[in-house]
Design a protein around this ligand. Structure first.
Ligand code: FEO
Length: 393
């Protein structure tokens, strides 16, 4: 389970082919994932991160086969979240007193999760360095809010490797480890899904951090994130993607998102998509039912869109609960620079469109005035309004 990746650096993580969800059940995993940990064997022996708690004993046993645990001089804990710190308890039971280098916030999160165990924390901040011998050193870079307050990255001089933790990662199992060995379409799809669903709320900080790291002139030759592939072929390609994605990214796409009770709102959704495609032939148009589609995948489509069209029937003076939940998640992701329009059927009170409009504005969308509001089922006069509505998008 020890795989050399460059010089005296090896991958010692866990590939999770069977993982189905992440963050509880909040993030869907379609192509497996990994928790990447790395072993540096210079004059000093350094472990960078560990794995998720359920794999902690297997991790320690594998690590024992890779190196005499007592030879580990330093542990780097780039992030306190349990998918990377979950094996620290088992490991430090074996080698108590080994220095754990992390941010001040990581001490709080590690002690908060695992209790005060007397671990030998060494608090670091951006620019601090650790000599690991053979003329090489580790340079620490705080990555506050990318995506937790405690997040950190480490740059290894000599081999010019950036251990970036969650940044630049993907939930994507690749046994061959490296980006040039992976299916490129799946890799970029998973990298984008990861960015949208985990990092997009912090996009302004991502943009600033990329500028800061670029200003450090680190000459990065390899990026080793804590999930998914290692970027060795043109590693800066993912940094360039993050730079684009962090600046109110959009493509020429409009996405229709709806739920329905008795097919009226679904018929509107289909007709809106048809009219969109007819009126804007160069625009990519996609349609998703929030009840039948994976929410993380749909959010990735929202991210790519310049506008969304959102529909729900009115039910019990409100909108469908599936749509309420979806809109709550939409707000969390803090999308910017996107338009929206609303539609839906009603039979009695008809508050649905107003509620959709309020929630979309609250989520940061510019909602156009034109809308489709159909009493009972959509009729010819309702369909006739679609052209005006989509002309505003
Ligand atoms: Fe991969 Fe924030 O943990």
């Amino acid at each position: 389970m020890k795989r050399n990746i460059k010089g005296n650096v090896s991958w010692v993580g866990h590939i999770d082919w069977d993982l189905e969800t992440f963050h509880g059940d909040d993030y869907s995993i379609m192509n497996g994932s990994s928790q990447n940990a790395y072993l540096i064997e210079e004059e000093k022996t350094v472990l960078v991160d560990t794995v998720w708690a359920p794999h902690r004993f297997e991790f320690v046993e594998n690590l024992r086969k890779a190196v005499d645990l007592k030879k580990i001089d330093f542990i780097i804990a780039n992030h306190g979240e349990t998918d990377h710190s979950g094996a620290l308890t088992a490991l430090l039971d074996e080698i108590p007193g080994t220095p754990v280098y992390c941010t001040a916030a990581a001490v709080k999160s590690l002690e908060g999760q695992y209790g005060k165990r007397g671990w030998n924390f060494k608090v670091v901040k951006t620019g601090d360095e650790l000599d690991i011998g053979n003329g090489k050193k580790l340079v620490f870079v705080e990555m506050k809010m990318l995506h937790w307050p405690d997040s950190m990255a480490v740059f290894m001089t000599g081999d010019d490797i950036l251990f970036s933790n969650d940044a630049f990662g993907q939930h994507f199992a690749v046994e061959e480890l490296f980006n040039d060995k992976a299916n490129q379409c799946l890799l970029m799809k998973e990298a984008l899904k990861y960015y949208v669903n985990i990092l997009n709320p912090f996009s302004p900080l991502v943009a600033k951090k990329i500028e800061e790291i670029s200003g450090m002139n680190l000459n990065i030759s390899m990026i080793c994130p804590s999930h998914g592939v290692i970027w060795r072929d043109n590693p800066l390609q993912i940094v360039e993607k993050y730079a684009q994605w962090s600046k109110s990214y959009q493509e020429n796409q409009i996405t229709v998102i709806y739920d329905t009770m008795w097919e009226g709102t679904a018929r509107l959704a289909r007709e809106i998509a048809f009219e969109l495609s007819a009126a804007k032939p160069d625009t990519v148009v996609k349609v998703f039912s929030v009840s039948k589609s994976d929410k993380n995948e749909v959010m990735t489509e929202v991210f790519k869109s310049k506008a969304i069209v959102v529909g729900s029937p009115t039910v019990s003076n409100d909108i469908l609960s599936s749509m309420t939940g979806w809109l709550a998640f939409l707000k969390q992701l803090k999308f910017k620079n996107k338009k929206a329009a609303v539609f839906g059927c009603y039979g009695w009170s008809g508050e649905g469109n107003r509620i959709l409009r309020e929630k979309l504005k609250d989520a940061g969308f510019e909602v156009v005035d034109e809308e489709i509001k159909s009493l009972w089922n959509p009729e010819t006069e309702d369909f006739a309004k679609i052209k005006d509505m989509i002309a505003r998008l």
